[in-house]
Design a binder for this molecule. Structure first.
Ligand SMILES: NC(=O)c1ccc[n+]([C@@H]2O[C@H](COP(=O)([O-])OP(=O)(O)OC[C@H]3O[C@@H](n4cnc5c(N)ncnc54)[C@H](O)[C@@H]3O)[C@@H](O)[C@H]2O)c1
Length: 468
């Protein structure tokens, strides 16, 4: 990478201590952690400019949307200056589309477009300290990318899930305080937590408007969004790159569809409850698949239990021509409530006067239209950067990943699993991904008949490891 402007900027920032950083107010409550050596007190974003340079790592569907949300965030400060992906065509198409819509917010020259599994390093290194790294790759790579961003002193917005099993959760939890020590801000793309209407529902539930909460239930049943039939296989492409492209199908890359799709619903229930469930007891199975099987089950049904005995029943089915249902609800001793329905936004949160969930029985319903939570999460993140207010969603994000993994793991092994057991689980689905190159063999391979390893409930102790 040859970018003299940013190289000079980085030298300037690191060399000139506090003066090199914008003078932003320290948190009014004085709670900002003290700066690490080499990080000037009050240093929050880049010197000499209101703009905050950003690097996008993972230029797919979500990456392209996340940067748009960043542009729209309060203050309009974010400017895209570097991009990284393992496929050059992804960068080219996202850059083109962004340039058409937001010309003045894009400054990604060809020498700041980086390709390969090490592209994230180069894109982060192209940022001055105080810039923002946005991670929207498959989740397998999150911990390695996060570690480098902290090392280079840049703020992080990372998409969910940030972890998919015990070891990846532990990695993120260990890294989180290092970001605090450097006064970096860390956002995790669990946008439901930033939804104004869900926050209002949370307050109303805490005030007892639905009575004592007894149970939650949630559904994500629809036609598969991503192609779960892997036929005809990686024709003309390396097995590794083919698996990376179809990351929802492979447990090492994403934790599978349950981890990738269901985390939002599980997280918003935990938000309403004010804590995590401590046990998951799940069933699941494979009914019919394509010609080449992926590693997911078609159906998952999880019973989560909180410490106080409150239950959360969750169903996930990805099948064609079956009932489609997307929403999360709860039962209180005074009345039922809707946390969200139909999609992540608008939530249309509602509390009913009794268990009868009908329009003529509404006690309160969220005002429409609703502010976009994908935008609001960026408002909150940018506000924290500009005001140097402590802000770190990494541990909560990792715990959401872990609790989601509990449901998947329980279905895959065929027995209940506790939060602690999952956290300590040695099965490391993403082991070694930080060493991948474009030429590496894939982390898993199909057998002679083209079948990938699948979990066998009741037969093994772990999801894919053969231990009994
Ligand atoms: N918050 C939300 O509602 C939401 C919505 C959609 C996706 N997501 C999350 O965003 C992430 C990406 O999902 P997507 O739908 O955009 O997938 P995608 O396949 O469209 O995009 C992923 C991009 O990352 C690239 N990539 C893969 N490995 C890489 C690596 N090691 N280094 C650099 N680039 C790499 C791919 O080539 C691809 O361009 C997932 O974690 C997903 O769960 C979140």
């Amino acid at each position: 990478m040859t970018n003299s402007r940013f190289a000079a900027s980085r030298r300037h920032v690191l060399g000139a201590a506090g003066a090199a950083f914008a003078t932003a107010a320290v948190a009014a409550d004085g709670d900002a952690p003290s700066a690490a050596p080499g990080v000037p007190a009050g240093g929050v974003h880049v010197a000499g400019s209101d703009e905050i340079p950003a690097a996008l790592v993972g230029c797919g569907g979500r990456g392209g949307s996340a940067i748009t949300d960043a542009f729209d965030a309060r203050g309009g400060r974010v400017k895209l200056t570097a991009m990284a992906d393992v496929f050059p065509e992804r960068i080219v198409s996202v850059r083109k589309s962004l340039e058409e819509q937001f010309k003045e917010r894009i400054d990604v020259t060809d020498d700041r477009m980086f390709i390969g599994f090490d592209a994230f390093r180069k894109a982060i290194d192209a940022l001055p300290a105080g810039g923002i790294a946005i991670f929207a790759t498959p989740p397998a790579f999150r911990a390695a990318h996060f570690a480098h961003a902290i090392e280079r002193g840049v703020h992080v917005f990372m998409e969910k899930p940030v972890s998919i099993d015990g070891p990846s959760t532990r990695r993120i939890i260990e890294l989180a305080p290092q970001a605090d020590a450097r006064r970096l801000k860390v956002a995790v793309g669990l946008m439901c937590r930033h939804c104004d209407r869900r926050r209002e529902l949370q307050e109303r539930l805490r005030a007892g408007e639905a009575g004592e909460i007894i149970a939650f239930r949630g559904y994500r049943t629809h036609t598969p969004i991503h192609d779960l039939d892997l036929a005809p296989g990686p024709e003309g492409e390396s097995e590794l790159m083919w698996q990376v492209k179809r990351f929802h199908n492979f447990l090492w890359a994403s934790g599978g569809v349950f981890s990738d799709y269901c985390i939002h619903h599980i997280d918003e229930v935990a938000m309403m409850k004010g804590g995590w469930p401590t046990v998951a007891d799940a069933v699941g199975g494979r009914h019919f698949k394509g010609k080449i099987n992926d590693q997911n089950f078609d159906v998952y049904s999880v019973e989560y239990t909180f410490d106080d005995g409150v239950k959360f029943f969750y169903e996930n089915r990805l099948m064609r021509n079956c009932r489609q249902h997307f929403g999360v609800y709860g039962q209180g001793s005074k009345g039922a409530f809707t946390v969200s329905t139909s999609g992540h936004s608008p939530a249309k949160s509602t509390i009913y006067r009794s268990q009868r969930m009908e329009k003529d029985n509404v006690l309160w319903t969220a005002e429409q239209p609703e502010p976009n939570p994908y935008r609001r999460e960026w408002d909150h993140f940018i506000e924290a950067i500009v005001t140097d207010t402590p802000y770190n969603e990494a541990i909560r994000g990792a715990e959401a990943g872990l609790v989601t993994a509990m449901g998947r793991f329980s279905a895959h092994v065929g027995r209940p699993v506790t939060f602690q057991e999952m956290l300590e689980c040695p099965e490391d689905l993403t082991a070694g991904v930080e060493h991948l190159t474009l030429e590496s063999p894939a982390p898993i391979v199909a057998d002679a008949e083209g079948r990938y390893p699948v979990p066998n409930p009741g037969r093994t102790k772990f999801e894919l490891r053969g231990d009994v």
